[in-house]
Design a protein around this ligand. Structure first.
Ligand code: C3B
Length: 797
């Protein structure tokens, strides 16, 4: 067992060999890469486990307030490298594996990404868990142990094809099954009143079984738990009679039925069955988590009034919004507290984070489905609504509307704090979707601008830059990221800037070599790497980006010798399987890339590449190699963005709109180090009211008109000329996301980017200033904000 100092490669080697033998049952001569990866993971896990126990003991001894982060999604990515980096054992592991004749990078890359999330919201939850551990906050993350995480994406003739993700089918070293932590949960049935109390008798039951993964913070000073729930059948559900009668498949049906709840992340919710399943998932993990939280509270305290002093539950978006009525149900129906007191206690415990103002993402449930699955909760929601109405007779807002339950309003009413995720977004919450509720509860809405963990998003993914920073200012920046400002005086030192430049260049060369080997595309690392990586969505405007690329291609063809700045446009991102317009944008980018990259006149200056299967690991590869970060959403639509922070931190310059956290990034790095374009959120609203806004924009910009024509006339789909006519018509017609109206200014800003990139010294100074001034965007700072303004909890290290 590894008990020596972390830096000790020999001890590491012994620990790996120990686990290879006793955990994997293999000798070195017959071990596969996967065996080596598992042996190393077990060796690291041993180290984490000791620290995990110590943290848990300390939390119990201190009877400290715990923070519970409830999230449908945790996009954690690979855990082995994270553990090695945070325990500062990466060098020892590299040395040990090399001595054992293994390729360390390949062993680490053997781990599948845990993709239990869709995008920003899930990745934020993962960064928060790491920061909670780094800061030593007693905390647990609660979510669902999906058997299948986010689908894998392939391209067939440029089209997105989805295949199931299977992370759990490969050995996984990080989780511990907790046979003792199981809760029986009900759905459906009826409610009766007995002795003045409502009693809910569900007619369907399922068991939630806990699986724990330790999350270790920086330098291993603290470790918290991510507890994920897996659905199991409530009864011994193997039907022996059916089996004996020869119905082997029917015999396992009850078990399969129960397990469906935790089978897959975000089932298709375009069908009725999908909707029922989604609400079941939400109640399943929320109720299991609350039972677990109450069990822990009851084991430590006997005064229920202490609940808000000892328990903080954060709702990551409305997905766990049922926590409000469920906690009221536990306190009122089960524990017998008066209804009003139950509401007050629940509200004291709950906080709600809103992550989007897009109407289609603000959950509303049909009363019918709700009534069928959670009849008692519907009654409780009505009482909460009535109580709110009584307290605010002049109110104009309700949780219930005929036929629907509004989860945003429910979360707002049941939380003592409601937060947005950037200054702009929080401001818009107050003037749009929650305007009326903000008037009634003026102190409830607070802002907590998102952040990212510098351990994963710098130290681990960009080790050379991390090393230069540490060599320059010491390693204090890793736990106090704002100390990056101490780099600033060095930026004027030509030698230091040369080192910074060489690192960016080496990261780009590494990415270029990988793209050549894995995807057969050749790119020159001296060209500008212009990167847009995020989910596909019309509001994120990947179509604005490709339209600009098409216009640029046309212009270079007209005038090839005009001294163009060579550029590689890199895209990556997945579209929801049922979001056909977004899938067509992917296909357009792929089709356009084929034509543009094959053009011998222009391909010295412009290439377009769409990398398949975007995930956390691909982000870790791309971000350190980026020169330009595309953050071009329609203003008012991107709540915050977090990729934008990772790019700035790693020395990419942003081209962006005044949207989400872009606004604060620009303030921090300085407007002269940021390429701003486009309308503000207010101008967007005004522009939409102008009839024919797109046609007007097109009439005044021949470049835009020509690029749209190329999309419309089949330039990129000669075998099917009409393939993209609907995209062209959308951009030239209703254009809700104002692609046409922002195009001219986007083009202008892109040409300013070209000019700036030609002066490499000046560009690199701007890039280094982005790194030096991005320290505020650490998730450690964000978590401190929640501790102060929302959770009122303390740190124990
Ligand atoms: C996202 C938002 O779209 C991003 O702007 C934001 O940075 C992150 O959340 C984190 O706050 N988001 C998401 O990924 N999924 C949702 N359902 C709603 C918002």
């Amino acid at each position: 067992m590894l008990k020596s100092t972390p830096a000790d490669a020999r001890a590491m080697r012994e620990a790996i060999l120990h686990h290879l033998t006793y955990s994997m049952g293999k000798d070195a001569a017959h071990a596969t890469r996967q065996d080596w990866r598992m042996a190393l993971s077990h060796a690291v896990r041993d180290q984490i486990t000791d620290r995990w126990f110590a943290s848990t003991r300390k939390s119990y001894e201190a009877k400290a307030k715990r923070v519970y982060y409830l999230s449908m999604e945790f996009l954690i990515g690979r855990l082995l490298e994270d553990g090695l980096v945070n325990l500062r054992m990466l060098d020892a592991a590299n040395e040990a594996l090399t001595a054992l004749e293994q390729d360390p990078a390949a062993v680490i890359a053997d781990e599948p990404d845990a993709a239990l999330g869709n995008g920003g919201l899930g990745r934020l939850a993962a960064c928060f868990l790491e920061s909670l551990s780094t800061l030593g906050v007693p905390a647990l993350g609660y979510g669902i142990r999906y058997e299948h995480g986010l689908f894998e994406q392939k391209f067939e003739y440029g089209r997105q094809v989805e295949t199931p993700e299977t992370w759990l089918q490969q050995p996984h070293a990080w989780e511990f099954e907790r046979a003792e932590a199981k809760y029986r949960l009900g759905f459906g049935g009826s409610v009766a009143v007995r002795d003045g109390r409502s009693v809910w008798t569900p007619d369907e039951a399922v068991v939630a079984a806990a699986y724990d993964t330790p999350v270790v913070g920086w330098q291993g000073r603290w470790a918290n738990t991510l507890r994920l729930w897996s659905a199991k059948p409530a009864n011994e559900s193997f039907d022996l009679d059916s089996f004996n009668a020869g119905d082997y498949i029917g015999a396992t049906a009850p078990e399969a039925q129960a397990r469906t709840i935790s089978r897959v992340l975000y089932p298709d919710d375009t069908t009725e069955a999908g909707k029922v399943l989604r609400l079941k998932q939400e109640y399943f993990f929320t109720a299991a988590s609350l039972h677990d939280i109450m069990r822990r509270f009851d084991s430590e305290h006997d005064d229920i009034a202490l609940l808000p002093k000892k328990v903080a539950v954060q709702l990551n978006d409305t997905h766990p919004a049922i926590a409000g009525p469920e906690l009221v149900r536990i306190l009122h129906d089960e524990k017998g507290l008066p209804f009003d007191q139950a509401i007050d206690l629940a509200r004291g415990v709950l906080g709600y984070t809103n992550h989007t103002l897009l109407p289609e993402a603000l959950e509303r449930w049909s009363e019918d489905i709700f009534h069928r699955l959670l009849p008692r909760h519907l009654q409780i929601i009505d009482r909460i609504d009535d109580a709110h109405a009584k307290a605010h007779p002049d109110r104009k807002v309700t949780i219930r509307e005929p036929g629907t339950v509004k989860m945003g309003e429910l979360s707002f009413v049941m939380a003592h704090r409601v937060n947005g995720v950037s200054a702009l977004h929080t401001g818009l919450m107050k003037t749009t979707v929650f305007k009326e509720l903000d008037r009634l509860h003026p102190d409830r809405i607070v802002n907590q601008t998102n952040g990212v963990t510098p351990r994963r998003w710098m130290l681990s993914c960009n080790p050379s830059l991390a090393e230069l920073i540490t060599a320059t200012i010491g390693d204090g920046w890793l736990s106090d990221l704002e100390r990056l400002t101490e780099l600033e005086p060095n930026i004027s030192d030509p030698e230091w800037l040369r080192s910074f430049t060489a690192i960016k260049r080496a990261n780009k060369a590494e990415l270029a070599a990988w793209m050549a080997a894995e995807h057969g595309v050749q790119v020159d690392p001296a060209a500008m790497f212009d990167v847009q990586i995020k989910r596909l969505h019309e509001y994120k405007r990947q179509h604005l980006n490709i339209l600009e690329a098409i216009a640029l291609w046309q212009e270079i063809r007209d005038n090839p010798d005009a001294g163009w700045t060579p550029r590689i446009k890199i895209f990556a991102g997945k579209a929801a399987p049922g979001y056909f317009f977004a899938k067509d944008i992917i296909r357009l980018i792929n089709d356009a890339s084929r034509v543009i990259n094959d053009d011998p006149v222009t391909n010295k200056y412009l290439k377009v590449i769409f990398l398949p299967n975007y995930n956390v690991s691909l982000a870790e590869r791309l971000i350190p190699a980026a020169d330009l970060s595309e953050q071009i959403s329609t203003a008012g639509k991107e709540a915050s963005g977090t990729g934008n922070m990772k790019f700035a931190l790693n020395g990419a310059l942003t081209i962006g709109t005044l949207d989400g956290a872009n606004v604060e990034i620009r303030e921090h790095v300085g407007p002269e180090n940021f390429f701003l374009f486009g309308m503000t959120a207010e101008e967007v609203e005004a522009r939409r009211r102008i009839d024919g806004h797109a046609a007007q924009a097109i009439a005044t910009d021949p470049r835009l008109a020509r690029a749209i024509d190329a999309v419309r006339n089949g330039t990129f789909s000669p075998t099917e000329p009409g393939r993209y006519a609907h995209i062209a018509n959308n951009i030239a017609g209703a254009d809700y996301f104002l692609v046409s109206s922002d195009f001219t200014d986007y083009w202008r800003a892109q040409r300013a980017v070209d000019a700036a990139f030609r002066d490499q010294d000046q560009w690199m100074r701007m890039a280094a200033l982005n790194t030096a001034r991005s320290g505020w965007f650490s998730s450690d700072r964000t978590i401190r904000g929640y501790l102060r303004d929302v959770w009122e909890a303390e740190t124990l290290v």
